[in-house]
Design a protein around this ligand. Sequence first.
Ligand SMILES: Nc1ncnc2c1ncn2[C@@H]1O[C@H](COP(=O)(O)OP(=O)(O)OP(=O)(O)O)[C@@H](O)[C@H]1O
Ligand SMILES: [Mg+2]
Length: 218
Amino acid sequence: MRTILILNPKGGCGKSTIATTIAGYFAMRGNNVSLADCDPQCSSSDWLDIRPENLARINNVPVKKNKLLVPNNTDILVLDTPAGIHEQKIASILRVAQTMIIPVLPSPIDIRAAERFISDLIKLRKKSVNRKIKIATVANRVNEMTIAADKIEDYLYNIKLPNGRKIPYMALLRATQNYVHAAEQGKTIFELAPSRTYYDREQWKPLLRWLNSKRSLP
Ligand SMILES: Nc1ncnc2c1ncn2[C@@H]1O[C@H](COP(=O)(O)OP(=O)(O)OP(=O)(O)O)[C@@H](O)[C@H]1O
Ligand SMILES: [Mg+2]
């Protein structure tokens, strides 16, 4: 089983949007996908509750006392995590994943929070907490052609680990109501009209290519 973790303790950066989109994408491609919502706000599991039955099925994984009851035949497990998650919980959740995506919003406050979070991650790696996990960043909810867009790209392009390797910056997702409309129907943007979501599908391609390649696996 492959486990993909979406994590950034900063609230509202797009974790649930990205977790549900990734779950939907892999389910559409015929994988047996499970989605675990570790957030008491239940955004992802609420999305699963309203997901139309004619769309690719995704298992809703109950999280009980920090234990995940994942169906045996799961190919891909997607983990959505809550805002404000503490270091101890981060460490335990990191241990179960092969791949991690960090969404970041284009604002100075979000960039500073991401800097702190990534420096905490580096400390956890030093303590040997799942050093093999492959990490990528995503700029989310970006209004293109703005100074804020340039700044987030500049920041994400240049994040390095202590070994000098860059954390790959894999996608810029624009701010669009398409995500909001998809979410309110239990769908992903891949299940809305292609004409309306063409640009968004293109923006997802590098991240999906990475997720489908060995580069995103330990
Ligand atoms: N690219 C986008 N364009 C427009 N709206 C977006 C985009 N990404 C997310 N949103 C909207 O922003 C809000 C926050 O997104 P989301 O719930 O995915 O963030 P989150 O990180 O899961 O939040 P929390 O930390 O509270 O769990 C939601 O209303 C979502 O529909
Ligand atoms: Mg969420």
